[in-house]
Design a protein around this ligand. Structure first.
Ligand code: COA
Length: 379
């Protein structure tokens, strides 16, 4: 028996949704390169692609866009719950709780048919930005902003956060970030979603579990921590010392390293680096980008590590005006498109995911009645 700690290199499923070449630094959704999709596509089109495994015709895209617009509003129960969640929980806990609660109000109820699951997937993708924006408005003591049916998914998210229509540049940058976060093969949260789906549990439960997995700093939480580090560095000429001190203390630098992209750039980071610079230039505030670029150089010199998707994603979201603790929820809102596609793929050809383990504890122990045991606490 061989044990692969962290399940590295274990193929846990066959999928037709996305593919990575970790040596070449390439990522494809349904065979389309992420570079092409980032340049030419929209998030709505990518949602169609991931869910249907082909690009839509104009009519199909219009139809999906209309569905997504109609599904933006949160159930009344969630709207009522939000002021309490805004007071009591972190944004990721709010999202996990709200998505779980949304199951009780889904019009398809416990219907597990493929058609119902498709509708549930689109509803979840559509409503997540509304939940996040409404939470953010409540915690600032502001009224939530109604979704604007004229705006695309990503632009509407920015609009619901600030109450102002974003510039074309900001809307496009945010839309691209949605595309880049949409799917990434068998990452920890997608695997979690598929494990839950493989027990034939429902769509909302599988997405709730995926949000819980994404919450951790080794997965989605890295974009927030990377930006907090950059803010803490504060000045470009402090970056080198700061990074070297972190390494000297044996600490990890968030937003660097990747299980799959070892000796090449994460292709999403390459695109985000470029967009972040453009947005920084547009805003006349390149400082955060320049600190990030210096950190990247020093980390590479010192450890040979390259940035992953989360590093520049954090800086870009900061430039776009998101609160830092909304970075991971935004990631979840985008990744919901991939999670739900994987969950539906799992349902379509299911076998319960149940790996093995290697037992390393003691064997053949003799049971001692409690009154005869030493008082000593074992550990
Ligand atoms: N900072 C410092 N050292 C790092 C590092 C980082 N961000 N990422 C990896 N390393 C080091 C590890 O300590 C390890 O060193 P060692 O061989 O001396 O023990 C080596 O690089 C290999 O990394 P490993 O932990 O085996 O990689 P993994 O595949 O198990 O983990 C990550 C991958 C992404 C979890 C890991 O790189 C990490 O924790 N990165 C920071 C968090 C992050 O950005 N997550 C977002 C992922 S998209």
């Amino acid at each position: 028996m061989t044990v692969e700690k962290g399940l590295a290199d274990i193929v846990a499923a066959q999928t037709a949704i996305s593919d990575i070449d970790g040596k070449l630094g390439k990522l494809w959704y349904v065979g389309y390169s992420i570079d092409d999709l980032a340049q030419h596509s929209t998030f709505e089109e990518v949602v169609f692609l991931l869910q249907n495994r082909r690009l839509p015709t104009q009519g199909e895209l219009d139809d999906l866009t209309e569905k997504m617009v109609n599904d933006r509003e949160a159930a009344e129960f969630l709207q009522d719950l939000m002021p309490t969640l805004a007071k009591q929980t972190s944004p990721m806990s709010m999202l996990r709780t709200s998505v779980s609660a949304a199951s009780a109000y889904d019009p398809d109820g416990w219907d597990q048919s493929p058609e119902a699951n498709y509708r549930k997937a689109i509803r979840l993708i559509s409503v997540m930005p509304t939940l996040i924006a409404s939470y953010d408005r409540h915690r600032q003591g502001l009224e939530p902003v109604e979704p604007n049916p004229k705006l695309p998914h990503a632009a509407n998210f920015l609009y619901m956060l600030s109450g102002e229509e974003p510039s074309q540049e900001a809307a496009r940058a945010f839309d691209t970030q949605f595309i880049l976060y949409a799917d990434h093969t068998m990452n920890a949260s997608t695997f979690t979603a598929r494990v839950v789906a493989s027990t034939l549990s429902d769509m909302h439960s599988a997405v709730t579990a995926a949000i819980a997995a994404l919450k951790g700093p080794l997965h989605g939480g890295a974009n927030e921590l990377a930006m907090r580090m950059i803010l803490d560095i504060a000045e470009v000429d402090r970056a080198e010392r700061y990074v070297k001190d972190l390494f000297a203390r044996g600490e990890k630098i968030m937003g660097f390293g990747h299980r799959v992209y070892r000796r090449v750039d994460d292709p999403r980071a390459t695109i985000l680096r470029l967009i972040t610079r453009e947005v920084g230039e547009h805003l006349g505030e390149l400082r955060w980008y320049e600190i990030a670029e210096t950190v990247e150089k020093v980390v590479f010199q010192e450890k040979g590590l390259r940035p992953n998707v989360d590093f520049y994603a954090g800086v870009l979201l900061y430039y776009l005006g998101l609160e830092i603790d909304l970075f991971t929820p935004m990631f979840a809102a985008a990744r919901a498109s991939g999670w739900t596609a994987h969950i539906r793929e799992q349902y379509a050809d299911n076998r319960i995911i149940r790996p093995d383990s290697e037992y390393i504890g003691p064997r053949d122990q003799t049971y001692v009645p409690i009154e005869e045991r030493d008082q000593e606490v074992a550990s």
